[in-house]
Design a protein around this ligand. Structure first.
Ligand code: FHN
Length: 504
């Protein structure tokens, strides 16, 4: 009897264990061109990237001349896609560069404005999908050198922003409608996805050969950019979703290695290449390809779990989906500075950088609406930047009043939903030691360092403790998002009462 019970127990334990082992030790695919590292980069350049908090994106090219309008008609397309809008012929669009003469362009002024806004890095469109190069590339005639303006805009940008201490990243579109060898490749079907090895993007041999020329051209241009602008910190790739490019996983991976060798420390996001099985961003084993996740375009994750613990950025437009200059911003909701500030802090609280896009006009002016937003964000950042730059997610759980970030022992509470009773109720984490609890040792408003009153906010059924921080009258009146810096301290449960009295 005893032996049969023992057998049943052993049988259950063994089968349960086997089942568990099968679930958790999923065999890894031996990829050669997937992620080359598991987990985050740990070098100084990447740590610096992680600390930025806020970035600026600039989409600027010949599409800024029509600004979404042509012959009295307005396109609802993203302005930088105007060539495909149907309102302009391809020939008309491809000749726009002959009029590109941004006489109002002042890179130093743009950089000063960005600095005032609190931006730590910027991403500039060297070449968008239309293929027009904002630098005098020697590999094509479709460049800034062939316009009335003539000057090297990429150089002006790199010099001006670097001089203000703002790091520059170069946006580069793989899609290039101006190159005869460029092709999207045959569209990818569900069958192709399952049978990626046999997917052939090309219609015929000639197209395949021409694509080789396009690859060489792309490689040359990337080498040229890194050679001409050695202060570049990274490359921000776009338009890499075509089957033809994805199928070049081996070649693109080798190119990436070459770029990194020629430019040590170079930072490249997950939009550059696919793995050899056609997976983009996250490889077929579930690991992030390259240095940070670029999937959060106009879209923030809701939880840290959603980020997979990877580095990531979120690039955001001010209107709904306009990156390049569009004359008419009445077509969609236009975000306010405070909408953007809230998104930024949310991104920071989930370990991401937030990058706000600007689309200057055809003459090189940053539109007044964008200037106003830059000013308002800058004013807020002047007071509150400690909650944004050099921070990571905090040990506090997400709470109704807003988002929290942390640097060392400093925890920043960014309050976007001001409570009606003007008391910010903060739930502190539970201590790992049952005899101890966390108390708020210190609290100060970044905009007004006086008058901080902290009261006991009670305890809930699960044993979590709360503290109420009173919002001073001057801050109540300002009616803008504000930041409270708190420091926590672990004390013996018995000490709590007297400790709190000391604070109030
Ligand atoms: O098609 C582009 C778009 O025009 C814009 O450049 C954005 C910026 O991230 N990227 C592409 C869409 O993902």
């Amino acid at each position: 009897m005893k032996r049969s019970v023992l057998f049943i127990v052993l049988f259950c334990v063994t089968t349960c264990f086997q089942g568990f082992a099968q679930q958790t030790t999923k065999e890894r695919i031996p990829l050669k061109h997937g992620a080359h590292r598991i987990g985050k980069r740990t070098d100084a350049e990447m740590q610096h990237w992680r600390d930025y908090g806020l970035g600026q994106f600039i989409h600027w090219g010949v599409y800024a001349i029509p600004g979404g309008q042509w012959n009295g008609k307005t396109s609802t397309y993203a302005a930088e896609w105007f060539r495909s809008s149907g309102l302009i012929t391809k020939e008309e669009y491809d000749n726009l560069y002959k009029q590109f003469d941004p006489t109002s362009f002042d890179a130093k002024q743009w950089a000063r404005q960005a600095k005032q806004m609190g931006v730590k890095y910027m991403i500039f469109t060297t070449k968008h999908h239309d293929g027009f190069c904002m630098w005098p590339s020697k590999y094509t005639d479709y460049t800034i050198a062939d316009t009335p303006y003539k000057n090297d805009i990429v150089k002006e940008i790199v010099d001006a922003y670097s001089a203000e201490g703002i790091d520059v990243y170069l946006y580069f579109s793989i899609i290039d409608w101006s190159h005869p060898g460029y092709t999207t490749g045959r569209s990818i079907t569900a069958k192709d996805r399952k049978n990626w090895e046999n997917y052939n993007p090309f219609e015929n041999e000639e197209q395949k050969q021409k694509y080789e020329e396009f690859k060489t051209f792309t490689r040359n241009q990337l080498m040229e950019l890194l050679t001409n602008y050695p202060r570049t910190k990274g490359l921000w790739f776009d338009g890499s979703w075509d089957g033809a490019w994805m199928k070049e996983a081996v070649w693109v991976d080798e190119l990436g290695k070459e770029l990194r060798t020629m430019h040590p420390g170079l930072i490249i996001g997950s939009r550059f290449r696919a793995d050899e099985l056609g997976a983009r961003h996250i490889d077929s084993n579930g690991d992030l390809i390259d240095d940070y996740d670029q999937r959060f375009e106009r879209n923030l994750p809701s939880t840290l779990a959603e980020t997979g613990g990877n580095d990531w950025d979120c690039v955001m437009t001010i209107p709904e989906n306009q990156w390049g200059y569009h004359r008419d911003w009445s077509l969609s909701y236009v975000k306010t500075a405070y909408d953007l500030i809230e998104m930024m802090v949310k991104a920071n609280s989930l370990d991401g950088n937030f990058v706000i896009n600007f689309g200057p006009d055809g003459k090189g002016n940053i539109r007044p609406e964008e200037t106003k937003i830059a000013q308002e964000i800058g004013d807020w950042m002047t007071v509150n930047k400690d909650a944004v730059c050099g921070v990571h997610h905090s040990i506090l759980e997400k709470q109704e009043w807003g988002y929290s970030t942390q640097k060392g022992d400093n925890i920043y509470l960014s309050v976007f939903n001001k409570p009606m009773n003007n008391q910010v109720r903060v739930k502190v984490p539970k201590s790992k030691n049952n005899d101890m609890i966390f108390v708020i040792e210190k609290a100060e408003f970044l905009s007004d360092k006086k008058n901080v009153i902290i009261k006991d906010g009670g305890r809930d059924k699960s044993g979590s403790y709360y503290y109420d921080i009173a919002i001073p009258e001057d801050i109540q009146k300002q009616n803008i998002p504000f930041v409270i810096l708190i420091k926590l301290k672990e004390v013996n449960k018995g000490e709590k009462a007297s400790y709190q009295q000391a604070l109030t």
